[in-house]
Design a protein around this ligand. Structure first.
Ligand code: ATP
Length: 199
């Protein structure tokens, strides 16, 4: 379980998050919604420990492994997709090439794995980033605006992946400013406005 207690963040005199209380349990999927600039990304950064709160506490029940996509990851554009994923996998040595291939297939990228990333469309790069986040099967997946560049077919794939992760007892936390197609997948939909949770 991840728990945020009265968390606030002030940056350069501006309150970007105000008195946030949040509980996310294992196997749950949470959606953060709200307009541009309302604090969704900041809250994601705070949950995964990229930034510290000015006030309040972020508590992780266990030493969770996080898979985080907050900004589009920088890949080696002149290298192939498989080179990039193997390189990333070599850093913590948690996954095999079979697992990488399994996720490339799930994300419809297997047939393009030997193409250089610079030839990829925006949607393909987004799927490659998702492949990177999911392939290590972390305990918590954090995705900032993961649906933006995806068409209906690929949206279906990512929703299936989210569902699969939930079934495995993992936590999924997603920020999106727009409508989501599969709102049934989310156990909690949290509306934010001006750094606060409003619902
Ligand atoms: N490094 C920073 N220094 C000062 N203010 C910042 C910084 N980063 C973000 N902010 C401000 O914090 C607020 C929340 O930004 P955040 O990126 O969390 O919004 P968001 O809801 O994710 O928006 P978007 O949908 O556009 O991604 C905004 O007002 C933004 O201008």
């Amino acid at each position: 379980m991840i728990k945020l207690k009265s968390v606030s963040k002030n940056i350069s005199g501006k309150d970007v998050l105000v008195d946030i209380d949040l509980l996310i349990e294992e196997g749950k999927c949470v959606l953060l919604r709200g307009h541009n600039g309302c604090g969704k990304t900041m809250l994601l950064r705070l949950i995964c420990g990229l930034i510290k709160p000015t006030q309040g506490e972020v508590f992780n029940e266990k030493d969770y492994r996080y898979g985080v996509i907050i900004e589009t990851p920088s890949f080696f554009l002149n290298e192939t997709a498989i080179y990039n994923l193997k390189f990333l996998a070599s850093i913590n040595k948690l996954i095999t090439e079979d697992t990488i291939n399994e996720y490339l297939k799930k994300l419809n990228l297997y047939d393009f794995k030997n193409k250089r990333v610079k030839t990829y469309s925006l949607g393909m790069k987004q799927r490659l980033a998702l492949c990177q986040a999911f392939m290590e099967e972390p305990d918590v997946i954090i995705l900032d605006e993961p649906f933006n560049a995806l068409d209906d077919e690929n949206l279906k794939i990512i929703y299936e992946l989210i569902d699969e992760f939930k079934q495995k007892g993992k936590m999924v936390i997603i920020a999106s400013h727009g409508e989501v197609q599969r709102s049934d997948l989310f156990d909690e939909i949290i509306q934010m406005n001006a750094g606060k949770i409003v619902i």
